[in-house]
Design a protein around this ligand. Structure first.
Ligand code: ZN
Length: 97
């Protein structure tokens, strides 16, 4: 779904962040860099695919790339409405014939 990231990965990152907060609260700051490195590694795994409209190339949103980056195509609301209108008009044209 557009705009949603891999929830498992997101949850793992949240867990590590909670761990970092916990260690800081305990005053175990010497352990924090290890967990920050771990968190950064997880964050680097988040990949985003950009979704653009196939018709007008407008940026529609982003979605979880699940390990790959790139561009995906969809259709924006305006083009969707326009296409629907065209189709409706086409129906009317046939009626006129
Ligand atoms: Zn469009």
């Amino acid at each position: 779904m557009v705009g949603e990231f891999d929830k498992t990965l997101k949850r793992k990152i949240d867990d590590v962040q909670r761990h970092i907060d916990f260690l800081r609260k305990l005053g175990r700051d010497n352990l924090v860099p290890y967990w920050i490195a771990r968190k950064n590694k997880l964050c680097a795994e988040i990949t985003i695919i950009e979704v653009v409209c196939s018709y007008c190339k407008k940026h529609i949103g982003t979605k979880d790339g699940k390990g790959v980056t790139g561009v995906s195509h969809g259709i924006c609301d305006e083009c969707n409405a326009r296409l629907k209108d065209d189709q409706d008009n086409e129906c009317f044209n046939h009626l006129d014939e």
